[in-house]
Design a protein around this ligand. Structure first.
Ligand SMILES: [Fe+2]
Length: 185
């Protein structure tokens, strides 16, 4: 289920806002300049669909977004719990960082959590199937795929080479509840 939890960065033990209403999530994110949409596939995708099949299923939305924001390339990433590198993959973007370009992800299946550090708040957006989230360039954020990662995402880039994480060194991500560990408790 798609959820938004908002924490105060100085008091991260309890969320000040918690909602699973997609309309409210979209409104609250839009209010802070973050794009959130829900897309429906035009065709039902087969299990283990190829990258080409996934992109074709969402072609209209991908083309619309690319034209509006100048994205040049598109790919598909799939991670499952049997990945032998899952711990390293999870750790890679688990500390606060920024990119010089937007981080744009559409969830075809599975889930993952984005954390956006905006002023004195942290927005945890748990994305699930049909969710599009665009983290604007320069936004402090991190991503948690959880201890048992399972997701397929379409990624849109202006220049894949430019999509490099610059870490802030701030350890705030360790103080906000991790994804997949709250629910398991
Ligand atoms: Fe990132």
């Amino acid at each position: 289920m798609t959820t938004l939890n908002i924490y105060e960065d100085s008091k991260p033990d309890v969320a000040v806002v918690s909602t699973s209403d997609p309309a409210e999530i979209g409104e609250r994110l839009s209010a802070v300049g973050v794009q959130f949409e829900r897309w429906k596939a035009e065709v039902e995708l087969p299990e283990n669909a190829t990258q080409e099949q996934v992109i074709a299923a969402y072609k209209a939305e991908v083309d619309r977004l690319s034209a509006a924001a100048g994205y040049q390339t598109v790919d598909v990433i799939r991670i499952t719990p049997d990945n032998p590198n899952k711990d390293a993959l999870r750790a890679k973007f688990l500390d606060e960082h920024i990119h010089d370009e937007d981080e744009v992800r559409f969830f075809v299946e599975g889930s993952g959590a984005f954390y956006l550090h905006l002023d004195d708040k942290v927005y945890q957006v748990v994305c699930t199937r049909d969710d599009l989230l665009s983290v604007p360039a320069g936004t402090l954020h991190w991503f948690d795929m959880g201890p048992e990662p399972r997701f397929t995402c379409i990624r849109l880039f202006v220049t894949p080479d430019g999509w490099v994480a610059k870490f802030t060194g701030d350890k705030i991500s360790a103080s906000i509840p991790r994804f997949g560990e709250q629910a398991a408790a």
